[in-house]
Design a protein around this ligand. Structure first.
Ligand code: SF4
Length: 451
């Protein structure tokens, strides 16, 4: 009998939550004696951590399964986990009979048992019925970046926006205790992490099960963890985005100058049809809080859907006007597409694809112009960046600012090169709509910023 450990390959689709779930799945598999490999061909067990937010993402996994079906004859096993697994359930076995495991994110805590079962040749489904209160906590997370890491603080979603599959694929909202989040933050700081991103589908809907801390208090406490220099959080829901969150960003220096606050539409009528539970005015009030901070220059980014069923030309214009008013530093813009099980399926989706594409194009061009101006105001500023990598071909280093902007910088001849994970100051010499270019002027401990 072979004493070699079993090997696994994992491919992840979709959002940061999925990416971080995969880090936890990888850690669990390694702890169970598996070894991670880089190709499907080398692996005994192949995992696809899937995304169903859009049809395209969903189809990708079925293409992969079809491409690699032939490998089943070599004794390889396939597992489909994540949102498509939860959404399609056992139908996946009909479409791809060679799949051995279908498991939604709410069942990952049972992964060790499920591995034993498929090892014994049993086909497994680990699906959630929205009843679970369990979160996937593990001490075995295999983080791929040694300086910057995620902590999930809340899983699932109870908002049921009319267009969104997430409440059906990730179960009900359930938060971890603030004690366990802070213990993980301390553990990460001890391991050398300086940048933490708190994650949740609606991160600011966080409710400490022991009622010890509000979301704002948890943010402050993570930010005050010795050794932590930057704290981010995503994604925020405007309905639960309260004033105390802005106040805490204003007063705790380690909390980053960036908030991603998806608006989805600038029209109150469309927002109501989307079941977003806030009006255009309430959204703009939250923007005003952020613009009114005393010590901060908060960069704001967003998500927008165009062509939602019934969106009129003038409602689309309202979205453009809102963009002009907020002047986002970034916007992920999408055309509406109908998703399974969602309430919007019942709406009359009569806006043509051409019209949706036209609106999307207008929106993206407008945003590009806004970003060009926004980024331009950084010209000649000296900004602190965390060094994330090197682009040797261009002779540049890649840095990330507190505002989550990429700043590619050069290092003068004779100066020592920065180390990855280090914080340095760079002076901006050129601006582009999506990034900044500059030159390093020193390590952050030696020079004060002049922004
Ligand atoms: S808040 Fe709305 S858009 Fe966000 S995950 Fe929940 S249902 Fe989806």
């Amino acid at each position: 009998m072979s004493t070699q450990p079993k090997t696994f390959f994992i491919e992840t689709f979709g959002c940061q939550m999925n990416f971080h779930d995969s880090e936890k799945v990888i850690g669990t598999l390694i702890q169970q004696g598996y070894r991670q490999v880089e190709t499907v061909e080398e692996a005994d067990l192949i995992f696809y951590n899937t995304c169903s937010i859009r049809d395209k993402a969903e189809q990708k996994v079925f293409h992969r399964l079809a491409d690699f079906k032939r490998l089943q004859q070599q004794g390889k096993q396939f597992a489909v986990i994540g949102c498509v697994a939860q959404q399609e359930g056992e139908k996946i076995f009909e479409r791809a009979p060679h799949v051995a495991m279908v498991a939604g994110s709410a069942s990952y805590h049972k992964l060790p048992e499920m591995l034993v079962q498929i090892g014994g040749g049993t086909r497994i489904t680990g699906l959630d019925d929205r009843q679970t209160d369990k979160t996937f906590e593990t001490e075995f997370t295999a983080r791929s970046n040694p300086h910057r890491g995620y902590i999930t603080i809340i899983e699932g979603c109870d908002k049921f926006c009319a267009y969104c599959v997430v409440p059906y694929t990730r179960g009900k909202e359930r938060s971890r205790t603030s004690d366990s989040v802070l213990a993980e933050a301390r553990q990460m700081a001890d391991a050398g992490y300086t940048d933490i991103q708190l994650l949740g589908q609606n991160v600011n809907s966080y409710k400490d099960p022991l009622a010890k801390k509000s979301f704002a208090e948890l943010l402050a406490a993570v930010g005050e963890t010795p050794g932590i220099r930057r704290v981010r959080f995503t994604t925020s829901h405007p309905r639960d985005f309260t004033r105390d969150i802005v106040d805490v960003i204003d007063s705790v220096p380690t909390l980053c100058d960036h908030v991603h606050l998806p608006v989805q539409s600038g029209s109150t009528r469309v927002l109501a049809a989307m079941f977003r539970e806030y009006t255009r005015e309430q959204y703009l009030e939250r923007i005003a809080w952020m613009r009114g901070t005393r010590n901060r220059d908060i960069s704001i980014t967003t998500d927008i859907i165009v062509g939602f069923p019934g969106e009129t030309e003038s409602e689309f214009e309202e979205t453009l006007q809102l963009m002009d008013e907020v002047r986002y530093d970034g916007a992920f813009c999408f055309k509406y597409s109908a998703r399974p099980n969602t309430p919007a399926l019942k709406y009359d989706d009569s806006i043509s694809e051409e019209e949706k594409s036209r609106r999307l194009q207008i929106l993206m061009e407008r945003q590009r112009e806004i970003q060009r101006t926004n980024y331009n105001r950084h010209l000649y500023q000296t900004i602190e960046v965390m060094v994330e990598g090197e682009n040797a071909a261009r002779g540049q280093w890649i840095g990330r600012t507190s505002q989550n902007k990429t700043l590619n910088f050069t290092v003068a001849n004779g100066s020592s090169a920065p180390r990855i994970g280090e914080y340095v100051y760079a002076r901006v010499t050129k601006t582009l709509p999506n990034s900044l270019v500059g030159e390093m002027v020193g390590l952050t401990s030696y020079l004060a910023p002049s922004t």
